[in-house]
Design a protein around this ligand. Structure first.
Ligand code: NAD
Ligand code: LMR
Length: 332
C-alpha cells in the first residue's frame, strides 16, 4: 500500500538554498524513493513572484513522489500540518548593518514562526534551523514554542561536519565515505571546534585513527581547524553568495539521519539543546556528536576531551551565551 505523504516546510524557499533544497526533497533524497511528499514553501511578499516561479518549476519537473505544493507568504498556511520544517528564511546582513541589527531582525522572525509552528504544525514535527545565526535562531524558536519538545528543535552543523570529512579525505587522498566520526562542537560560526581526536578512516587493514594517518599535529591543530571554521567565508568570497548546494545537501543528510537513524558505529554532528553534557552550559543550542535511532537523537557520551579541546569547547560556548544575551536584549 502506498505511504501517506510527509509534509515538508521550507521557509525562504525562493532563496538560494531553497532553490537547491526543494528538488532534493521532491526527488526523495531524504526519506527514500517510496515516500511521497508534499512541499510547503514560505517566503515574504517581495519574493512571492519568484516563489511562484519555483512552484512552476516543481510542476514542470514532474517529480513522481511530489503529491502537492503549497507556495505562500502566509506563515499559518505554510505551517499547517507540516511534519518536518526546514527553516532557511531569514534576513541577510547588509552593508552598514551591525551584528545586533541582523540578530534583532532574525530573532523576531523566529519568534513569530515559533508561534505558527507550535499552533499549526503536525504533532511531533521535527524542526531544523538553517538560517543564521542558526543556533540562536533555534534557541529563540524553542523558547517561544514551549509546547514543541526541545528534542524536536535542532540547527544545522552537518555542513561543517561534512566540510571536516572533506578536508581529511582530500589530505589523505581517501574516499570521503571512508572517513567518519569527526565532531563539530558548538556554534555554526568561526568559533566552532572541528575535532578529529576520535575520527577514523577505513583502510584495507582496518579502521585507523585520523591522527595516526595524518601524523601532522601542526596541520590538524592549525590549518585544518581554521579551514573548516572559515569555509563559509571562503565560499562567499569565491561565489559572491553563501554556500547553497552544500548547505541544502547537508540539510538533507541531517534530516535523513535523524528520521531514519545513523549507521552503527558512526555519529554525526547536530546543533541540539544542551543538557549539560561535556560541561557545556545547559540551555544553549550547541553542536554535539549524536547518534540517532527511532527518530530521536542522543548525545554520544564518554569521549575524552583533552586540554586543547576543552578550551575550544568553552570558547564557542561563551560565544553562544553572548549571542543568547544579545538575542534576549533585542526582544525586550
Ligand atoms: P537567500 O537570501 O538567498 O534566501 C533567503 C530567503 O529567505 C529569501 O528568499 C528571503 O526572501 C526569505 N525570507 C526572509 N525573511 C523571511 C521570513 N520572515 N519568512 C520566510 N522567508 C523569509 O539566502 P540563502 O543563501 O538561501 O541562505 C539562507 C540562510 O541560511 C542565511 O541566513 C545563511 O546565512 C544561512 N546559511 C546557513 C548555513 C548553515 O550551515 N547553517 C549554511 C549556509 C547558509
Ligand atoms: C556557511 O557556513 O556557508 C554559511 O553559514 C555562511 C554564511 O554566513 O551564510
Amino acid at each position: 500500500m502506498a505511504k501517506e505523504p510527509v509534509r515538508f516546510l521550507v521557509t525562504g524557499a525562493a532563496g538560494q538554498i531553497g532553490y537547491a533544497l526543494v528538488p532534493m526533497i521532491a526527488r526523495g533524497v531524504i526519506l527514500g524513493p517510496d515516500q511521497p511528499v508534499i512541499l510547503h514553501m514560505l517566503d515574504i511578499p517581495p519574493a512571492a513572484e519568484a516563489l511562484n516561479g519555483v512552484k512552476m518549476e516543481l510542476v514542470d519537473a514532474a517529480f513522481p513522489l511530489l503529491k502537492g505544493v503549497v507556495a505562500t507568504t502566509d506563515v499559518i498556511e505554510a505551517c499547517t500540518g507540516v511534519n518536518i520544517a526546514i527553516l532557511v528564511g531569514g534576513f541577510p546582513r547588509k552593508e552598514g548593518m551591525e551584528r545586533k541589527d541582523v540578530m534583532s531582525k532574525n530573532v523576531s522572525i523566529y519568534k513569530s514562526q515559533a508561534s505558527a509552528l507550535e499552533k499549526h504544525a503536525a504533532a511531533n514535527c521535527k524542526v531544523l534551523v538553517v538560517a543564521n545565526p542558526a543556533n540562536t535562531n533555534a534557541l529563540i524558536l524553542k523558547e517561544f514554542a514551549p509546547s514543541i519538545p526541545e528534542k524536536n528543535i535542532t540547527c544545522l552543523t552537518r555542513l561543517d561536519h561534512n566540510r571536516a570529512l572533506g578536508q581529511i579525505s582530500e589530505r589523505l587522498n581517501v574516499q570521503v565515505s571512508d572517513v567518519k566520526n569527526v565532531i563539530i562542537w558548538g556554534n555554526h560560526s568561526s568559533t566552532q571546534y572541528p575535532d578529529v581526536n576520535h575520527a577514523t578512516v577505513k583502510t584495507p587493514s582496518g579502521e585507523k585513527p585520523v591522527r595516526e594517518l595524518v601524523s601532522d599535529d601542526a596541520w590538524l591543530n592549525g590549518e585544518f581547524i581554521t579551514t573548516v571554521q572559515q569555509r563559509g567565508a571562503a565560499i562567499i568570497k569565491a561565489r559572491k553568495f553563501s554556500s547553497a548546494l552544500s548547505a541544502a545537501s547537508s540539510a538533507c543528510d541531517h534530516i535523513r539521519d535523524w528520521v531514519l537513524g545513523t549507521t552503527e558505529g558512526t555519529w554525526v554532528s547536530m546543533g541540539v539543546y544542551s543538557d549539560g553534557s561535556y560541561n557545556v552550559p545547559a540551555g544553549l543550542i550547541y553542536s554535539f556528536p549524536v547518534t540517532c535511532r527511532n527518530g530521536e537523537w542522543k548525545i554520544v557520551q564518554g569521549l575524552s576531551i583533552d586540554e586543547f579541546s576543552r578550551k575550544k569547547l568553552d570558547l564557542t560556548a561563551e560565544e553562544l551565551s553572548e549571542e543568547k544575551s544579545l538575542a534576549y536584549s533585542c526582544l525586550s
